[in-house]
Ligand binder design. Structure first.
Ligand SMILES: CC(C)(COP(=O)(O)OP(=O)(O)OC[C@H]1O[C@@H](n2cnc3c(N)ncnc32)[C@H](O)[C@@H]1OP(=O)(O)O)[C@@H](O)C(=O)NCCC(=O)NCCS
Length: 213
């Protein structure tokens, strides 16, 4: 959110200037440093990347990301910050003007926490909105805008993100979900990775008892 530089404070009335100051302060400060906001982002083991979590004043929801996820550059999660489209105005009067009831009146709104499974790959610049759940093994395409849940091992793309295909057959997805290799001890995984590579394990892999990578 940026301050609209077209408005010249010196040209405003004395009455409007304090309001303008409060508005500017509210617009500039509610968004904290977006990367790794403490308390709003939990990442599982081995997951790498530096997602931005956009947290506005009054946003309490969190992003939970599982293990072994790959997060591309400039991936963003919006945990809230929804203005009220069901009110007469979407302008957050109480918050901006620091009126009684601010942050207790239902603004900002959210659709809930964001839950990401394990082994999910996020392409560059993906954006995920509040309340979304992304299943294990999913792929989020570059610049996808994810507004709805993504089922396990789906590849989703576009705005709004739609499933373009599933990585494996339904039966194999079930087997992978049951295998839950991401929960294995690291020693077991590290043994399985070179074994899998040496055996050229690729889909379809009869050796699903081992990780195929
Ligand atoms: C999604 C992705 C992995 C490709 O997956 P795929 O299963 O091989 O998909 P395909 O290339 O066969 O494309 C399938 C369909 O999705 C569309 N598509 C693919 N990527 C898309 C994207 N980023 N946005 C919109 N549509 C996309 C294709 O045009 C195609 O559409 P069609 O069926 O109408 O022809 C790849 O396009 C992508 O986005 N990679 C991310 C790369 C990246 O960001 N790397 C840096 C971070 S690690």
């Amino acid at each position: 959110m940026t301050w609209n530089r077209d408005i010249e404070p010196s040209r405003l009335s004395a009455h409007a200037r304090p309001l303008l100051r409060r508005l500017r302060s509210a617009l500039v400060h509610p968004l904290s440093d977006p990367a790794h906001v403490p308390g709003h982002l939990v990442m599982g083991r081995e997951t790498y990347g530096e997602p931005k979590v956009i947290v506005g004043e009054g946003d309490t929801r969190v992003v939970r990301i599982g293990a072994f996820c790959s997060i591309g550059t400039d991936v963003t999660f919006l945990v809230g910050g929804n203005h009220r489209t069901d009110w007469i105005s979407t302008f957050p009067f109480r918050l901006v003007w620091r009126l009684p009831g601010a942050l207790e009146d239902g603004h900002p709104a959210t659709k809930g926490d964001i839950e990401v499974g394990n082994d999910v790959w996020f392409g560059r610049d993906a954006l995920v909105l509040s309340g979304v759940r992304i299943g294990n093994g999913a792929v989020i395409a570059a610049r996808a805008v994810v507004t709805k849940d993504v089922r396990p091992y789906a590849v989703v793309a576009g705005n709004p993100a739609r499933e373009v295909r599933r990585r494996f057959s339904d039966a194999d997805v079930e087997r992978l979900e049951a295998l839950r290799w991401w929960d294995w001890p690291l020693e077991r995984i590290s043994e399985a990775v070179p074994a899998g590579a040496a055996a050229g394990l690729r889909y379809p892999a009869p050796q699903m008892k081992s990780v195929y990578i």
